[in-house]
Design a protein around this ligand. Structure first.
Ligand SMILES: Cc1cc2nc3c(=O)[nH]c(=O)nc-3n(C[C@H](O)[C@H](O)[C@H](O)COP(=O)(O)OP(=O)(O)OC[C@H]3O[C@@H](n4cnc5c(N)ncnc54)[C@H](O)[C@@H]3O)c2cc1C
Length: 434
């Protein structure tokens, strides 16, 4: 199949109402660049902490245009995923990772309460993510992952083969599930946009910022059409698109990665039953990367990570869609005659340690970096990032010790070099000793 129904994101509304774009020369105390989860969370937390602060958020296209409005909608309370490969025999490190996971979980619980109270129409559903093992190596990997998840406070459940036939419709010999929340991500971004507007955050959409430079009056954002916004501080939340900015602040080395998604047409109940009788979201135990969920009677299937640039051409990278579609049919051959309703991709900014970068720029401390949310636990981490950026903007006021602790952990995060070796030995030990 090569005629994929490409769109920017299947989740978007057909008509998207946007706020006016930036015009003339505007001023604010704080400007946020980027209207994804990281930017929205930053604007909201700032206004909650200091309601009289004037905060403006500028978005190149529309709120949720980037990864936040394109992702699979899995809100995980996991720390940066590479941390799971770390040395858990070190009680201090384990304590930090467990605490980070709990911090994330608390934020998700609070967000869930807000979604319920405000009746935000974003299909917020506490659910379970099932990892399905198809061979003995994957079973061993799954047992190893489960041990790690439980060590950081994730409640897990193990399933034998008999139960698996109801949970996922491809041959799996064992499985493990842990708790997460599934969501319609673009709708959540829209809800957060409205929350910001209700707090008097000024939102400018359809305003690509080209240049960010320091002037005697503050940090100036210059849009493609010449409109300007000058602010005392700027929070940069542009993720995969950061490198296209002209900026007088250093950006740490990162890479860009693309992930791809497919949505089928609505499926009949018997077909849905063959995918999963219980409609449980499923995926692989990390040896390969494919996940799926049922949403409004459609299968939403995604996977494939490849190094990329954040361009529309990469969003439509045909070989990736062909491979993804083939994989979907390999698992569910009965979907051969089913047509697709959407095919889309999106980019994330990947740091070497998988930890986002949340700190003041070293060369320009009035620019606060809130970038580097990758594909693993990016949604959960970006959604809590406002708690971290607020303390970097408001230099006076009560100190948030938790935010400070998490910022320090993120800043000191390195890829655990022995991690892959640890994983291989851990999985082999599970294979031999169970
Ligand atoms: C296909 C896909 C599936 C994924 N699935 C999951 C998942 O299920 N669970 C999970 O945890 N993570 C997932 N992720 C990762 C997750 O979506 C991201 O980590 C997270 O959304 C990043 O949020 P953000 O706000 O940092 O970035 P973004 O959402 O990309 O927001 C950045 C915003 O900045 C704007 N912008 C950029 N440049 C400028 C400029 N010059 N001027 C003005 N505005 C600008 C962009 O238009 C964009 O809206 C997935 C990612 C993709 C692409």
């Amino acid at each position: 199949m090569t005629d994929f129904p490409f769109n920017t994101s299947y989740w978007f509304d057909s008509q998207i109402a946007t706020s006016p774009s930036l015009s003339g020369a505007q001023f604010a105390d704080v400007a946020v660049v980027g209207g994804g989860f990281a930017g929205l969370s930053s604007a909201h937390h700032l206004k909650s902490s200091k309601p009289d602060l004037s905060v403006a958020l500028v978005e190149a296209k529309h709120i949720g245009f980037g990864a936040s409005g394109r992702n699979a909608g899995w809100v995980l309370s996991l720390p940066p995923v590479h941390w799971l490969l770390d040395d858990f025999d070190d009680p201090r490190r384990l304590g930090d990772i467990r605490w980070t996971s709990q911090f994330c979980r608390n934020n998700i619980v609070q967000l869930g309460r807000w979604v319920a109270n405000e009746a935000i129409d974003c299909a917020w559903t506490p659910s379970r993510h099932l990892l399905a093992a198809r061979n003995l190596l994957e079973v061993a990997a799954l047992r190893w992952i489960m041990q790690r998840y439980e060590a950081i406070g994730q409640h897990c459940e193990f399933f034998e083969k008999e139960k698996m036939t109801r949970l996922v419709g491809y041959p799996a010999i064992a499985g493990m599930a842990y708790e997460f929340v599934s969501v319609q991500p673009y709708r959540l971004a829209r809800g957060l946009r409205q929350r910001c507007l209700d707090q008097d955050v000024r939102i400018y959409e359809n305003t690509p910022i080209q240049t960010i430079r320091s002037t005697s009056r503050g940090v100036q954002l210059i849009a493609a059409d010449g409109a300007t916004l000058t602010a005392e501080k700027v929070i940069l939340a542009t993720n995969a698109y950061t490198n296209s900015l002209m900026l007088d602040a250093e950006i740490p080395a990162t890479s860009t990665q693309h992930t791809y998604m497919l949505a089928t047409e609505p499926l009949k109940p018997d077909m849905l039953d063959r995918i999963s009788q219980t409609r449980t979201p499923f995926g692989d135990p990390a040896l390969s990367f494919y996940i799926g969920r049922i949403f409004e009677n459609r299968l939403i299937f995604n996977g494939i990570d490849r190094a990329s640039r954040a361009t529309p051409e990469d969003d439509r990278h045909l070989p990736s869609f062909v491979k993804l579609h083939r994989e979907m049919l390999r698992r569910f051959p009965f979907l051969e005659s089913v047509s697709l309703a959407g095919a889309w991709g999106g980019a994330v900014q990947q740091t070497p340690s998988d930890a986002p970068i949340v700190r003041r720029s070293k060369s320009n401390p009035n620019v606060i970096l809130n970038i580097g949310y990758g594909g693993g636990s990016g949604v959960g981490m970006a959604l809590l990032s406002g708690q971290l950026t607020t303390g970097l903007v408001l230099e006076r006021g009560p100190i948030d010790n938790d935010a400070q602790r998490l910022r320090t952990l993120l800043a000191n995060s390195r890829f655990p070099r022995m991690g892959p070796v640890r994983a291989v030995f851990g999985v082999l030990r599970k294979m031999v000793f169970g």
